[in-house]
Design a protein around this ligand. Structure first.
Ligand code: DX5
Ligand code: ZN
Length: 223
């Protein structure tokens, strides 16, 4: 099943609650939450207080994307403030397996993320241990960038590796592959064709009429 995960990085924080209701009305079930530390990526976004506040008001599935150095330092706090799934970058820690184990130990879903210049093979050793692989389609750090086409080849490669391992939904649980950055209603079909099933969209949802934008994207993602 294809899933749309709107990124609140592009939302209007003055009316965040209203915008969340709009995307929920459109049929959205996931919310992509970008946490930046100003070290792993150049920018700083927001953290626990924002997440725990919105957690009180929505039942959306919180897909938290940690763009932070040494994510192991904060897993417990992100679990506590309402994350359902925690995505961290394989480039940000020395011990990927232990971070996966810790996330699972906290009762949350675990996702591993790769930047555009990290090869698809980097996720291979962990495929049987995670719920999701997030393939960045822009350099992490900012919303509103253009999709880097070669990243979709990595999506294809990860899907092939997962299928070969039986993580195809037939022989075992299907691996979720998420794409993030520069996705809009014109190019979303390319990401789906490459094998992604979870689509992040920031600007394409929250710039303008969030409800109408989300509906239009969901329609493109059907079937
Ligand atoms: C970038 C973030 C993305 C970003 C996507 O570092 O991880 O989630 O919000 O924004 P758009 O869809 O505008 O490229
Ligand atoms: Zn993100």
């Amino acid at each position: 099943m294809n899933i749309l995960s709107p990124s609140i990085l592009a939302a209007d924080f003055y009316k965040l609650g209203e915008q969340l209701r709009e995307v929920e009305t459109a049929g959205v079930r996931y919310l992509h939450i970008d946490v930046m530390d100003g070290a792993f990526v150049p920018s700083i976004s927001f953290g626990m207080p924002v997440i725990s506040t919105i957690r009180k008001h929505t039942g959306l599935f919180f897909d938290v994307h940690l763009m932070i150095e040494k994510p192991e330092r904060y897993l417990e706090e992100f679990a506590k403030c309402g994350a359902d799934l925690i995505n961290f970058h394989v480039e940000a820690t020395k011990d990927v397996e232990s971070v996966i184990r810790q996330i699972r130990g906290l009762g949350k879903k675990a996702g591993i993320t790769i930047k555009p210049n990290t090869p698809a093979e980097a996720v291979k050793p962990y495929l049987g241990q995670v719920d999701m692989v997030l393939v960045m389609t822009v350099e992490p750090g900012f919303g509103g960038q253009k999709l880097i086409p070669h990243c979709l080849d990595k999506v294809r490669a990860v899907r092939e590796m997962a299928d070969a391992m039986g993580l195809d939904g037939v022989h075992g649980p299907a691996l979720d592959i998420e794409v993030d950055g520069g996705i809009d209603r014109e190019n979303v079909h390319l990401a789906l064709e490459a094998g992604a099933n979870v689509i992040v969209a920031g600007s394409a949802v929250f710039r303008g009429d969030a409800e109408a934008n989300a509906r239009a994207l969901l329609e493109k993602m059907e079937g």
